[in-house]
Design a protein around this ligand. Structure first.
Ligand SMILES: Nc1nc2c(ncn2[C@@H]2O[C@H](COP(=O)(O)OP(=O)(O)OP(=O)(O)O)[C@@H](O)[C@H]2O)c(=O)[nH]1
Ligand SMILES: [Mg+2]
Length: 225
């Protein structure tokens, strides 16, 4: 019985990886830069995306897919930026997978986008296991969560290329220990790039926006070549 469960789980991952590879191929052809955002519930994914979509949409064609077990709250928030947004409601599932992304893109010309942001379901466990065909996986960690979260949920951090520390505006008030957080990130993913920002005050947003814009341009350049 146990063997069978392991076998089914293995097959699921093989299927997901094949679908993710197909999505990656599609996005490579269209030059769409894809970001997959992972974090605990409430770390500030939607708030950062609201700002990001708003700032990018004057220059680039950007869109978003957002996963939650229930409600369309986040897609409604993101749609106010004017960018095209689709909500994926996962029900019992605790993460997005490549099939959900492919379905959400049906009838939607996402290949016309310069960048597609995917907000994953809020938790640091299951989303880390599923490739969505993204170019950049970002793990967010807010200053209120405790500096040791990367040690407790290593896969989310060592499968991501960039860590974004959010809510820096309240760091002092909650006794956030920057050095300890950096040590924990470094321990699970040596050399990992880290940005610290507040989507509320705008502090640190420039570095994030610059990084994203550079990646959008380099993806478009590669596709054109
Ligand atoms: N002080 C402060 N609060 C923030 C910041 N970013 C987000 N918040 C607040 O944190 C709470 C959660 O933010 P969301 O953006 O909804 O978090 P999320 O990660 O999208 O949450 P889920 O989608 O439920 O996982 C809200 O009350 C936000 O206003 C920030 O930079 N500073
Ligand atoms: Mg959200």
């Amino acid at each position: 019985m146990k063997m069978r469960v392991v076998e089914i789980a293995g097959n699921l991952m093989i299927k997901n990886d094949a679908l993710a590879a197909r999505l990656r191929g599609r996005f490579a052809e269209s030059g769409t830069f894809v970001v997959n955002m992972l974090s605990s519930p409430g770390s500030g994914k939607t708030t950062l995306l609201e700002q990001t979509l708003r700032r990018l949409s004057s220059t680039y064609r950007v869109g978003a897919l957002v996963g939650d077990q229930a409600t369309a709250n986040d897609s409604q928030r993101l749609a106010r930026s004017g960018a095209p947004v689709r909500q994926i409601t996962t029900g019992a599932e605790c993460r997005l997978d490549a099939e959900m992304i492919a379905k959400a893109l049906e009838g939607w010309d996402a290949t016309g986008l310069d960048a597609l942001f995917i907000e994953n379901v809020g938790n640091l466990i299951c989303p880390a296991e599923y490739d969505l065909g993204e170019d950049l996986r970002v793990a967010l960690l807010s200053v209120t969560e405790g500096e040791d979260k990367p040690l407790k949920y290593p896969l989310a951090f060592n499968s991501s290329r960039l860590a974004v520390i959010t809510k820096s505006d309240i760091a002092e008030a909650v006794g956030y220990d920057r050095a300890a957080a950096r040590r924990c990130i470094e321990q699970v993913n040596p050399g990992m790039a880290v940005l610290e920002l507040s989507a509320r005050t705008g502090d640190g947003m420039e570095a994030w926006m610059t990084l994203i814009a550079e990646r959008i341009r380099s993806k478009a350049f590669t596709a054109a070549g």
